[in-house]
Design a binder for this molecule. Structure first.
Ligand code: GLU
Length: 416
């Protein structure tokens, strides 16, 4: 997909600009611009109708100087190697911004999971795990859910990996079912992180959270959880959407009922008295907080000028192009970047991994309190640095991240 090619070049450009701003050496730039390892696998999979289909899967490991590679696996028809490579780099920065001891990786299978049965998904997942079993592991690379993957898929990965290695290895994946060593709060974590950041933004801007108008693009795990938690905090969710379209109400939507409608009909659209709108219209609605929680490259130079939100909280990875970012910065719209705003998921993944390795179990209160502490600390650090150097929150966040990773790469030295 052409836009994914540009997504990777955006990522590299973003890195180059930040690296230049902090005077990173040429050597370090060269090391960090490229992933450490890229794996492409062919996955023959027997479909329910007897047909054999060969899918393509990827795992890209960007950097491991600060700890084992970490990052989700997505199942999507548009997955490409370029996209996964860009997202792997983004994971390195994300883990560094919230200061958890992981590097960055990403995986994906080019497939249409919505058109597959559970049995087909299980066979494909186990085949993929077999193909990458030698490059993942509790101290090597720890996958997690991402777009259209969930706790059940993590359970199949864990089981396949454990059987191949001949020992139980719960710490090889995070985002597992709680029964298998998953953490309390992991399912809500990314949405909770988004809600915490939105609350901090409202304090920062001096805008009350209660009654604030919130627009959310995407109604998957992250979009739905963010909507639900922000509604609980007193926000008015005035519009949401999924890949089929969106709905808008000038009062507010009842998030749980919207979910019921989506479960029943397969989409959020055609809900009660709410007005059906397109995803494009949704992004341009007047609101306090706009939360893109779907896919990359949705706010571009074409629509950035029409954005009427006071702040954007990036719950998705890479929803704003660099050109759009510049326009929004000039318009004075605060953008909390993906590597900070969507870091709640990987932060609780880290807590899950720690619980697995230490054979302990934290309460949901413990998980949430630790998540909140980490998110607030990262938000304060980034916003302080943005103010000090008069740059956007994105530039500040990536700078904080690159400095941390570069320091680790330098300390490790170059061997052999
Ligand atoms: N897929 C999520 C992300 O993009 C979570 C990754 C993880 O927990 O490792 O941040």
């Amino acid at each position: 997909m052409m836009s994914n090619m540009s997504f990777l070049s955006y990522m590299i450009r973003q890195f180059d600009e930040a690296a230049q701003a902090i005077g990173l050496s040429h050597d370090l730039c060269d090391v960090l611009r490229k992933p450490e390892r890229t794996v492409t696998v062919s996955l023959p999979c027997r479909m329910d109708n007897g047909e054999l289909r060969v899918f393509t899967g990827y795992r890209v490991q960007h950097n491991s100087a600060r700890g084992p590679y970490k990052g989700g696996i997505r199942y999507h028809p548009d997955v490409t190697l370029e996209e996964v490579t860009a997202l792997a780099m983004l994971m390195t920065w994300k883990c560094a911004v919230v200061d958890i001891p992981f590097g960055g990786a990403k995986g994906g299978i080019r497939c249409d999971p919505k058109g597959m049965s559970q049995a087909e998904l299980e066979r494909l997942t186990r085949r993929y795990t077999m193909a990458i079993a030698n490059i993942i592991g509790p101290y090597l690379d720890i996958p997690a859910p991402d777009i259209y993957t969930d706790a059940q898929i993590m359970a199949w990965i864990m089981d396949t990996y454990s059987k191949i290695k001949g020992e139980l290895a719960p710490a090889v994946v995070t985002g597992k079912p709680i029964a298998l060593g998953g953490s309390e709060g992991r399912n809500e974590a990314t949405g909770m992180g988004v809600a915490i950041i939105t609350r901090e933004v409202s304090k920062y801007l001096g805008k009350p959270l209660k009654g604030a108008k919130v627009v959310i693009q995407g109604f998957g795990n992250v979009g739905y959880m963010s909507a639900k938690l922000l509604q609980d905090m007193g926000c008015r969710i005035i519009a949401v959407s999924d890949s089929k379209g969106g709905i808008y109400s000038n009062e507010q939507l009842h998030v749980e009922k919207v979910l019921e409608n989506k479960k029943m009909t397969g989409s959020v659209v055609n809900y009660g008295k709410a007005k059906n709108i397109t995803n494009e219209e949704l992004l341009e609605l007047e609101c306090d907080f706009l939360i893109p929680a779907a896919i990359e490259n949705v706010i571009t130079a074409k629509n950035a000028d029409n954005i009427k939100a006071s702040a954007i909280i990036e719950a998705a990875n890479g929803p704003i192009t660099p050109e759009a970012d510049r326009i929004l910065f000039e318009k004075g719209i605060l953008v909390v970047p993906d590597i900070l705003a969507s870091a709640g998921g990987v932060t609780v993944s880290y807590f899950e991994w720690v619980q697995n390795l230490t054979r302990t179990k934290w309460s949901v209160e413990e998980v949430m309190a630790n998540l909140e502490r980490k998110m607030i600390k990262a938000f304060d650090e980034v916003l302080r640095s943005a103010k000090e150097y008069e740059v956007s929150a994105r530039q500040a966040a990536i700078t904080v991240a690159i400095k941390r990773v570069a320091e680790a790469v330098k300390a490790l030295g170059n061997w052999p």
